[in-house]
Design a protein around this ligand. Structure first.
Ligand SMILES: [Fe+2]
Length: 203
């Protein structure tokens, strides 16, 4: 190999290396979960029992009325990075369509339903909570309210809907979302004696 050929090869290799990206490509952007307001039924006063199992109330032996539903999923940011140690708060009405912990706004409902609960995500952004399959109430299709806290910051407030939920198409919030409604809709599957669903949250 002549000096000239070697030089040309070196230059060609240098040229090729310059074409390589210097930083890894950013993951595709995720579509953020649509935001909704807290609404009037966020607790005014928190119950003593605020764990991630809403079907049991501390000190009571019975299980909440309704169909048990286990919800699991992940909380990620728009680049897909997990939100570790975020707090997920959930609240919903009981099987009679009544919210709890909202003072005199509602008559007493199912005493064995917790009404509100909070869980933390793990290092991979995963969360899990147990509740009942939500039921419709006046003007609203079945939904679970949720709120994501990142430290003291409220990162997102929204609602989870059920695929094929009774009255979804008439529900003003669901309808207003148009195509984005699929981002807040979860499919439920049979799981033993209850149901399970997965729901990814993008903040
Ligand atoms: Fe609601």
């Amino acid at each position: 190999m002549t000096v000239d050929t070697r030089r040309r090869r070196t230059l060609a290799l240098l040229g090729a290396s310059l074409l390589l990206p210097s930083t890894p490509a950013l993951p595709a952007d995720r579509v953020p979960t649509p935001r909704m307001t807290e609404g009037p039924f966020y607790p005014r006063a928190f119950p003593q029992d605020i764990d991630g199992d809403l079907t049991r109330v501390m000190g009571r032996s019975a299980v909440a009325q309704g169909t048990v539903l286990d919800v699991t999923g992940r909380i990620v940011d728009r680049t897909g990075k997990p939100m570790a140690r975020a707090k997920l708060e959930v609240w919903q009405c009981d099987n009679l369509g009544l919210y709890h912990h909202v003072g005199d706004m509602q008559p007493a409902g199912d005493p064995d339903f917790q009404g509100y609960g909070a869980v933390s995500t793990d290092e991979e952004g995963r969360y899990a909570f147990r509740t009942i399959k939500p039921v419709p109430y006046s003007g609203r299709s079945p939904h679970i309210h949720f709120l994501v806290r990142d430290g003291s910051r409220t990162a997102l407030v929204s609602q989870m809907f059920i695929e094929g939920g009774a009255g979804n198409e008439q529900d003003f919030l669901f309808r207003n979302l148009g195509k984005k409604a699929e981002l807040v809709t979860m499919r439920l599957e049979n799981a033993g004696t209850g149901l399970r669903g997965t729901f990814e949250i993008v903040v």
